[in-house]
Design a binder for this molecule. Structure first.
Ligand SMILES: CC(C)(COP(=O)(O)OP(=O)(O)OC[C@H]1O[C@@H](n2cnc3c(N)ncnc32)[C@H](O)[C@@H]1OP(=O)(O)O)[C@@H](O)C(=O)NCCC(=O)NCCS
Length: 451
C-alpha cells in the first residue's frame, strides 16, 4: 500500500523540482536533435585568457558528452601580442590584419602552441563534480589547414599572414569518427613547408563549409550583435546581415570578422550560423537548448516559415496540440489519424519547431471546406500568427475554388467572429460532417464567405 505521507512528500518535492523538470522536458527535443551533428565552435584568444574559460570548456565537454561532433577553432591574438610586447617588437595591423614578419611568426607559433596545450589540459580534466567526472575526452589537433600568403596588397607586404586555401575535411572527419574533439589552430601550412598566421574567423568559416557542418557557432567579444538602438538581433538572413555591415553602424573588428565569415559560411551551405556573446556564462547551452536562444541566428532560409505540413511534422504537431487536447480546447487526434491526414495541415515552423498549425478539409462538390485544429503555441500567441495562418488557409481554399469556410469551436467564437466568420448551425454543414457532429461537445458553427 502507498505510504499516506507519500503524496505530501511528492507535492512538496515536486514544487522544488518543477523548474528542473520543466527545463529538462523543454530541452530534451534539442538533445535529441543535436546528437550526431557537427558543430564548429570558434572563439578568440581572449576567451582562453579569461578566468571564466574553464566554464566554457566545461560546457563544450558537456556537448561532447551529448554526442555532438565538435570542432574547436581558437584564436590567439592577445597571446601573440603579449609575446611581441615582451620582445619589444611592434604590432602592426592594416585593415584589421596583422602583418606577420619573422619575429611575429615566432610569437604566433609559440602562442598557438601554448593555447593548444591550455585547451587540451582543461579538456583532460573531465567534468569534475558532475556525473561525468572522469570521462575521458580525446582532443585531436593537426595540420588540417593548407594556407597561402595574403601577399602584397596596396603595396603592403603581409609577409607570413595568410588565408585559408583548403581544409582537410576528411582528416577532421576521421578524428570526429573516432570520438575525439578536433582542435584547429589559426595556423596554416603551405605545400612549400611555410607556416602562415591565419584569422580564426577565416579558419572557422572555411572549416564549417568544408565539413558541411550543421552549425558554425562564433563566440564573440562584447554583447553580441545589436541593432542601431542597442536591441539584440535574434535572427537574420545573409542579405540583412550584408546591409548591417554596409550600413552606418560601427561594429568592433572582432564582431565584424565573425559576422562576415558567418555570412559567407551561410551562403556556402552551413544552415545555421550563431553569434553569441562569450562573456555570457552558459551562452552555448542557452543558445542550443532553449527555444529562442540568446544570440543571433543567421540562416539562409527565413527563420520562420508558413508552409504545408509533411509527414516529418507529425511529431511536432502532436507536441503542439497535446496540452490543448488535455484542456479539451481541441478534439484529440491520435498519431495514426494525424499521419493519414497530414496533407490537410499547414504549419508555421520556427527554427525547426512547429509553433502553429491548422487543418483544412475540403468537401468536393460542395464548394465548402472545414477549418479545424487552428492552434498557436502559447509562447507565440498575440503576434498575428493565428491571423497569418488563417489567411494562408483561406488562400489555399480560394485556389481550390472553395467559397465558404466553416469552423466548429467551443471557446474561440469571438476570435473567428472578429475575422469575418458569422454564426451558423449544424444544418448548414455537409451531410458527412453533420453525422460526425459531437452533441456532447456542443461546438458552435461559424461560416465565412470567401471573397
Ligand atoms: C485562437 C488562437 C489560434 C489565436 O492565435 P494568435 O496567434 O494568438 O492570434 P492573433 O495573434 O492573430 O490574434 C490575437 C488576438 O486574438 C485574441 N484572442 C485570442 N484568443 C481568443 C479567444 N479565444 N477568443 C477571442 N479572442 C481571442 C487576443 O486577445 C488578441 O486580440 P487583441 O490583440 O485585440 O487582444 C490561439 O489563441 C490558440 O491557439 N488557441 C487555442 C486553440 C483554439 O482555441 N483554436 C481554435 C479552435 S479551432
Amino acid at each position: 500500500m502507498r505510504n499516506p505521507g507519500w503524496g505530501k512528500l511528492l507535492s512538496a518535492k515536486s514544487e522544488k523540482t518543477d523548474t528542473f523538470v520543466d527545463w529538462f522536458r523543454s530541452s530534451s527535443p534539442y538533445i535529441h536533435a543535436h546528437r550526431g551533428r557537427t558543430f564548429v565552435v570558434a572563439f578568440g584568444g581572449e576567451a582562453v585568457a579569461d578566468e571564466g574559460f574553464p566554464n566554457l570548456i566545461h560546457d563544450i565537454a558537456l556537448l561532447h558528452g551529448l554526442g555532438i561532433r565538435l570542432v574547436l577553432v581558437h584564436g590567439a591574438r592577445p597571446q601573440i601580442e603579449d609575446r611581441l610586447r615582451a620582445r619589444g617588437a611592434e604590432i602592426e595591423y592594416v585593415n584589421g590584419l596583422r602583418i606577420t614578419d619573422g619575429a611575429a611568426l615566432a610569437c604566433v607559433k609559440e602562442a598557438a602552441g601554448a593555447v593548444r596545450v591550455e585547451i587540451e589540459a582543461l579538456l583532460s580534466m573531465g567534468l569534475a563534480n558532475s556525473p561525468m567526472a572522469g570521462a575521458r575526452i580525446r582532443v585531436a589537433s593537426g595540420n588540417f589547414v593548407t594556407a597561402r600568403p595574403l601577399g602584397v596588397r596596396d603595396g603592403i607586404d603581409y609577409c607570413h599572414t595568410g588565408e585559408v586555401r583548403r581544409v582537410d575535411a576528411q582528416a577532421i572527419q576521421h578524428r570526429l569518427d573516432s570520438g575525439a574533439i578536433a582542435l584547429v589552430p589559426p595556423i596554416g601550412y603551405s605545400p612549400t613547408g611555410e607556416v602562415f598566421n591565419l584569422g580564426a574567423t577565416d579558419v572557422a568559416g572555411s572549416t564549417a563549409v568544408a565539413l558541411n557542418a550543421d552549425k558554425l557557432i562564433s563566440l564573440v567579444e562584447g554583447e553580441g550583435l545589436q541593432d542601431h538602438s542597442g536591441r539584440p538581433i535574434s535572427n537574420m538572413v545573409p542579405a540583412e546581415a550584408d546591409r548591417l555591415l554596409e550600413g552606418k553602424q560601427r561594429f568592433a573588428e572582432d564582431l565584424r570578422q565573425h559576422l562576415a565569415a558567418g555570412i559567407e559560411a551561410s551562403r556556402s551551405g552551413v544552415s545555421r550560423v550563431h553569434l553569441l556573446s562569450r562573456q555570457l556564462d552558459g551562452a552555448l547551452l542557452r543558445e542550443l537548448f532553449t527555444r529562442d536562444g540568446v544570440g543571433t541566428l543567421l540562416t539562409a532560409a527565413p527563420f520562420e516559415d508558413t508552409r504545408t505540413a509533411t509527414i516529418d511534422d507529425v511529431g511536432g504537431i502532436l507536441e503542439l496540440l497535446g496540452p490543448m487536447e488535455d484542456e479539451r480546447v481541441l478534439v484529440r487526434r491520435p498519431r495514426e489519424l494525424l499521419e493519414t491526414e497530414i496533407h490537410h495541415f499547414s504549419v508555421i515552423e520556427r527554427d525547426a519547431m512547429v509553433i502553429a498549425c491548422a487543418a483544412f478539409y475540403p468537401y468536393p462538390g460542395e464548394y465548402l471546406a472545414e477549418l479545424a485544429c487552428l492552434a498557436v503555441h502559447p509562447e507565440y500567441r498575440n503576434s498575428g500568427r493565428g491571423d497569418a495562418l488563417l489567411q494562408y488557409v483561406e488562400q489555399s481554399a480560394r485556389e481550390r475554388d472553395v467559397r465558404q469556410l466553416f469552423v466548429l469551436t467551443t471557446r474561440t467564437a469571438h476570435w473567428f467572429m472578429e475575422r469575418g466568420f458569422t454564426v451558423s448551425d449544424i444544418e448548414s454543414l455537409p451531410v458527412q460532417r453533420r453525422q460526425l457532429y459531437n452533441y456532447r461537445r456542443n461546438s458552435k458553427v461559424f461560416i465565412k464567405v470567401l471573397s
